[in-house]
Design a protein around this ligand. Structure first.
Ligand code: ADP
Length: 401
């Protein structure tokens, strides 16, 4: 059974085709610069290894999805005889609010709710919904499934998700902590448990998804009980360009002292802060680590703050769960940066966390990097959000296997 996974962003559509018999990827690619000059599609057929780049005007998502369908049936680069070979389409949807505590097949009602939730995720949900709508028009008989970044964190208790603000803000506007990257946190925790030969239900795990966006989650016996992102993905850890936790009083201070409006401040906190804002050179941790090594002071400060924040969250989640059995690093920085992993865990020996510096040199593959004597197991687990979406889609369309 072949399943298409779509991740529709504001100006891009990422896609992968899975053959669910063995969960292999048949093709993957991306349409970039939708609605902007210079749009193109990049595609790779995995088995043949054939790759192509199609430069073409893509004014809207409708055209983007059509291009994807065309290339998937292309005689040279395609992996489907006919688009009818697709038995389901799974979508990554940013925000499921409280309406979607799990993945769901998408009918008219669900699509309306996803659109409704655009008020909480204006940068993402409208594009996710547009993708669902386009597929429905082009392939009306193919079932679609939505997999939400927020669902996994719906298990958080009230004490973790209510902000200490007037309670009506929550009741009237849905202002609460939601958390994101849920599919990734759940997936890497499951793999770590399997590696330990134990059930997730018996473990206390902290998962650190450290990419351009970064979040960390406390998973107590399989349930997310707290996570660092909140009402939006701006809260929590230091990120590529997002500030993470700051004193909220800085916002009115900037309004008064700089004369900035809400939009300008939102832009600065989301796009000009984090690693980029501190270092002044880049949002990419590779550039920053390189600069820090060659003596760039602010790059070093950026690395230090990034790791210090990860460490503080680990400490607080250890307290929240009353202990830790495993820590998992994933995503671009988590999978690749030995410096970040090592520095974030430095000084946590008192919690029973000790890594083996030799093993820690590994990149981008599943590995245990804790030392033999470490009470807490530490893992690198490459994340695979697309596979989770394909699995959920398969299960919802066919029933559990
Ligand atoms: P997102 O999916 O959130 O855009 P990724 O998970 O792809 O982000 O992570 C991007 C981050 O991972 C960047 O900061 C990048 O520098 C970092 N990264 C990727 N490869 C390496 C590496 N070899 N060493 C250090 N950091 C890396």
């Amino acid at each position: 059974m072949k399943i298409l996974v779509l991740n529709c962003g504001s100006s891009s559509i990422k896609y992968q085709v899975f053959a669910m018999e063995d969960e292999s990827v048949l093709a993957k690619g991306v349409v970039e610069r939708i609605g902007i000059d210079g749009s193109f599609l990049e595609h790779k057929a995995i088995i043949s290894g054939k790759e192509t780049k199609v430069e073409q005007d893509v004014p809207h998502h409708n055209k983007g999805v059509s291009l994807v369908f065309d290339i998937l049936q292309d005689p040279e680069f395609g992996v489907l005889e006919s688009i009818e070979d697709l038995k389901a389409v799974g979508h990554r949807v940013a925000h499921g609010g409280e309406a979607f505590p799990r993945s769901t097949p998408v009918g008219e009602q669900e699509l309306e709710k996803i659109k409704d939730l655009s008020r909480l995720a204006p940068l993402h949900n409208p594009h996710n919904a547009a993708g669902i709508q386009v597929v429905r028009e082009l392939l009306p008989r193919v079932p679609q499934v939505a997999v939400f970044d927020t669902s996994f964190h719906q298990s958080m208790p009230e004490k973790a998700y209510i902000y200490p603000l007037p309670y009506e803000f929550y009741e009237e506007m849905g202002v609460r902590r939601y958390g994101f990257h849920g599919t990734s946190h759940k997936y890497v925790a499951q793999l770590a448990a399997r590696e330990m030969g134990q059930s997730l239900d018996d473990l206390k795990i902290i998962t650190a998804h450290l990419g351009n966006g970064a979040s960390i989650t406390a998973i107590d016996r399989g349930q997310s009980i707290d996570t660092s992102m909140g009402f939006t993905p701006l809260e929590g850890l230091v990120m590529g360009t997002r500030c993470g936790d700051i004193d909220p009083a800085i916002v009115p201070f900037l309004q008064k002292n700089k004369g900035w409006d809400a939009e300008k401040i939102e832009n600065v906190l989301n796009k000009e802060s984090g690693l980029l804002g501190i270092s002044g050179i880049s949002n990419d941790s590779r550039d920053i680590e390189e600069a820090a090594e060659s003596g760039h002071d602010r790059a070093q400060v950026a690395v230090d703050i990034f790791c210090y924040r990860v460490k503080k969250y680990i400490g607080s989640y250890a307290a929240a769960m009353g202990g830790i059995d495993a820590i998992v690093f994933t995503a671009g920085i988590g999978e690749n940066s030995d410096i970040v992993r090592s520095q974030s865990l430095q000084g946590l020996e008192f919690l029973g966390i000790e890594i083996d510096q030799e093993k820690n040199k590994v990149r981008r593959k599943m590995a245990e990097i804790s030392s033999a004597g470490s009470r807490v197991k530490v893992f690198i687990v490459p994340t695979n959000e697309e596979l989770v979406i394909a699995r959920d889609t398969h299960e919802l369309v066919n029933g559990p296997s």
